[in-house]
Write a protein that binds this ligand. Structure first.
Ligand SMILES: [Zn+2]
Length: 76
């Protein structure tokens, strides 16, 4: 059986198995989240570090939007 033409050039994500069209030839995952998740699966000892990093990133996002709001208030 031959593959339908529409799936030519498509990859199955190495983590969730979703079919996607890679932007790079070596791209193995459909998204950043899957790349992180797969990496965590293979590096359980690093998992806590990655999770902490993601929490810190979220906090920075929250803080920077707070700062923007404060600056907007000062301008008034
Ligand atoms: Zn995926």
């Amino acid at each position: 059986m031959t593959e339908p033409a529409s799936t030519a050039g498509e990859n199955a994500c190495g983590h969730c198995g979703t079919k996607f069209r890679p932007k790079r030839r070596w791209q193995r995952f459909c998204s950043r989240a899957c790349r992180f998740a797969d990496w965590n699966d293979r590096n359980p000892r690093q998992r806590a570090v990655t999770e902490q990093l993601q929490r810190i990133e979220a906090k920075i996002d929250a803080l920077s939007s707070e700062t923007v709001l404060k600056k907007e208030a000062e301008c008034r």
